[in-house]
Write a protein that binds this ligand. Structure first.
Ligand code: SDX
Length: 434
């Protein structure tokens, strides 16, 4: 049986070391013993953007990027998307097992009772300009909830944690809908507790003068499937922020606001909005080849393509494509789909993209579907943040319960000036340009 260890010869000192290997990793702290002398701090790893660094043990989500596999708590995403509701999957992510029927009924009932926002929070939203970006409003409002529920700071009390988790999952759709209604100057629509999670979200978005809103069941189900697909994705940029902010024992509202801020970036969750802008810029199917040549020449990226982990087709993109077809049966086909399909067809045959293993990711088709459903592009990342809140909270809770975790505080390689004496203000000359 081969030994699970590395033998390292430090050629600087000719000393040898044996470093144990666990789960395909070595502990970075085991490298600190490699020193060139008693005053040496010891060896560190240097890994910008954590390209090859595991920051935690996690049992929540498994991704095999080469095979295009995504599983939540061991269940393939394809089965969950086909057979479950989003709240059922949120339960799975948070508690590790799929709920029984009574458990699900109780869970849905609890979440439903936490969909309302304090009236003061509605007034907080009124402070935004009419044209404020919904993600800016969502991030700020989620953070403001920490002032409404100060007990949330007791992050080590499981019951307190559970209550804040239900509040966040319950209130995200309400906040999202209110940001949309604010941008239109329309009155807010209160939650209707007789509706399902996604039906109620559509109610708070679209209801106008009718006494009760009836969601199209195909659109509500399609949104539920999209919420399942977006619920978690292991240690992505925003999950890393959730864990990092949470590791200082900040409350879950402030941690979630930080994670949502990370998600808003165009390289992360903001990509779905950028895809629509890209398709608008291309304009028509016949202009796709010229656009691809521009990208290959280094002018911009193909938004909705590429992934740090998936070096194969993002399994979520395939399911979204299927869901989009169902939506188009109701809404009519989004003409931008033809441009997207042509972009995908050409890119998947082009060596530039093949060599870099760039495939459509979760964001490539979601925006086209959302637009057909009536959402404006500024709302797309908000639609990502709603379900991802369940994943962020699952990652946050797992971090708090992990005895190996502590406040996140990476090291650095200092490349600045050596020590130097301060020059009095009157004697400082402008730096000479080299
Ligand atoms: C999400 O992490 C997650 O799990 C994220 C997510 C989740 O569920 O949480 O899956 C959600 O964020 C999906 C990704 C959405 N972002 C986009 O669609 C934006 C476009 N994609 C890229 O910016 C990029 O692909 C990233 C950011 C997604 C991944 O970037 P990496 O892993 O850091 O790869 P890289 O930037 O080092 O690129 C490697 C090469 C480079 O070329 P060279 O310098 O080697 O010549 O591929 C090129 C890049 O220029 N490249 C692209 C490209 N993505 C990478 N070229 C053109 N178009 C692209 N989209």
């Amino acid at each position: 049986m081969e030994k699970e260890a590395l033998s390292i010869l430090d050629q600087r000192t000719h000393s040898s070391y044996e470093i144990p290997v666990h789960n395909g990793t070595i502990r970075a702290m085991d490298l600190r013993q490699l020193k060139t002398g008693p005053g040496d701090f010891g060896l560190m790893t240097y890994d910008p953007a954590f390209m090859n660094t595991a920051s935690c043990h996690s049992a929540i989500t498994f991704i095999d990027g080469d095979k295009g596999i995504l599983r939540y708590r061991g269940y393939p995403i394809e089965q969950l998307a086909e057979k479950c509701t989003f709240l059922e999957v949120a339960y799975l992510l948070l508690f590790g097992e799929l709920p029984t029927e009574p458990q699900l009924k109780d869970w849905v009932g609890q979440i439903t009772r936490h969909t309302m926002l304090h009236e003061t929070t509605k007034k907080f939203l009124e402070g935004f300009r009419y044209d404020a970006h919904p993600m800016g409003m969502l991030v700020s409002t989620v953070a403001a909830l920490s002032t409404v529920y100060p007990e949330a700071r007791n992050v080590h009390d499981p019951e307190v944690r559970q209550l804040q988790i239900m509040r966040l999952i319950g209130k995200m759709p309400t906040i999202a809908a209110y940001t949309y209604r604010h941008s239109l100057g329309f009155p807010y629509v209160y939650p209707d507790n007789d509706l399902s999670y996604t039906e109620n979200f559509l109610n708070m978005l679209w209801r106008m003068a009718e006494p009760r809103y009836t969601a199209n069941p195909i659109l509500a189900r399609a949104l539920d499937i999209l919420f399942i697909l977006h619920a978690d994705h292991e240690q992505n940029c925003s999950a890393n922020v959730m864990r990092s902010v949470g590791s200082s024992h900040a409350d879950p509202f402030l941690s979630t606001a930080g994670a949502a801020a990370a998600l808003s970036g165009p390289l992360h969750g903001g990509a779905n909005e950028e895809v629509l802008k890209m398709l608008d810029e291309i304009g028509s199917k016949d202009k796709v080849p010229a656009y691809i040549e521009q990208v290959k020449a280094g002018h911009g990226k193909l938004m909705g393509f590429g992934h740090r982990i998936y070096k194969n087709y993002d399994p979520r993109a395939s399911i979204i494509k299927w869901a989009a077809d169902k939506v188009f049966e109701v809404t009519g086909r989004n003409p931008k789909l033809d441009i997207a399909l042509e972009l995908e067809r050409i890119a998947l045959e082009d060596d530039y993209f093949i060599k870099r293993k760039l495939y459509p990711n979760v964001d490539f088709y979601s925006g086209i579907m959302y637009q057909a459903m009536g959402f404006k592009p500024e709302m797309f990342t908000v639609l990502f943040a709603i379900p991802r809140t369940a994943g962020w909270l699952a990652q946050w809770q797992e971090m708090l319960e992990d005895p190996e975790q502590k406040i996140a505080r990476p090291r650095q390689v200092y490349t600045g000036h050596e020590v130097r004496d301060l020059v009095p203000l009157e004697k400082r000359a402008a730096p000479t340009t080299a």
